[in-house]
Design a protein around this ligand. Structure first.
Ligand code: DX5
Ligand code: ZN
Length: 219
């Protein structure tokens, strides 16, 4: 099933409540929350206190994407703040099995992300414990970058591995998703699409979400 998870990295942070209502009215499935620590990536965004605050004004699932050195350190705080899923990077410093266990114990859904330079095979040992894999299609850190087409083969390889092992899960892509690139990623088997700048720049976000969904469904 196709899901659209708009990234609030491109929202107007001075009116987050209105932006979350705008997402809801637009028919977004999830809210993608980009968490950056200034170490894992050269940018700093927001943490659990903001997640807790916006939890009060949105009933959509919160899809937290942790671009941090030590995701394990943040698991409990994000669960308490109301995150539904917790995506962390296979390149991070935390022990992966231990972090997945902590996420599960905290009542969230675990997902792993891979940066562009990281082979997709690095997540294969953990697939039976994950609810989602996130294939980054830009270098993490900033919104508004161009989609990296050379990442598409990772979706194919992941799809093949899942089929071989009779597993199924969300396959998310994040970075540079727009009306053209969503089709490329959906064709390879991605079903879950993060989009920041391309959605937030629309005056009619509802029409854009509907178009993204239909483009992905018919790819
Ligand atoms: C990048 C973030 C993305 C980003 C996507 O580090 O993980 O979620 O906000 O933004 P766009 O869609 O503008 O590439
Ligand atoms: Zn993200």
């Amino acid at each position: 099933m196709v899901k659209i998870s708009p990234s609030i990295l491109s929202a107007d942070y001075s009116i987050l409540k209105e932006e979350l209502q705008r997402l809801k009215d637009a028919g977004a499935d999830w809210v993608h929350i980009d968490v950056m620590d200034g170490h894992f990536v050269p940018n700093l965004t927001l943490g659990a206190p903001i997640v807790k605050a916006i939890r009060r004004v949105s009933d959509l699932p919160f899809d937290a994407h942790l671009m941090v050195d030590d995701p394990l350190f943040f698991v409990k705080d994000f669960a308490a703040a109301g995150a539904d899923s917790f995506t962390f990077h296979v390149e991070s410093k935390s022990d992966i099995e231990e972090t997945i266990t902590a996420i599960e114990q905290a009542g969230m859904k675990p997902a792993l992300a891979v940066k562009p330079a990281t082979p997709i095979e690095t997540v294969f040992p953990y697939l039976d414990r994950l609810f989602m894999v996130l294939v980054m299609t830009v270098e993490p850190g900033f919104g508004g970058q161009s989609f990296m087409e050379d990442q598409l083969s990772k979706i194919t390889a992941l799809k093949e591995e899942l089929q071989k092992r009779n597993l199924s899960m969300e396959i998310q892509v994040d970075g540079g998703i727009n009306k053209d690139t969503i089709v490329l990623a959906a064709k390879k088997g991605a079903n879950n699409f993060v989009s920041g700048s391309a959605l937030f720049s629309q005056s009619d976000m509802k029409a854009a979400v509907a178009e993204f969904k239909s483009l992905a469904e018919n790819a």
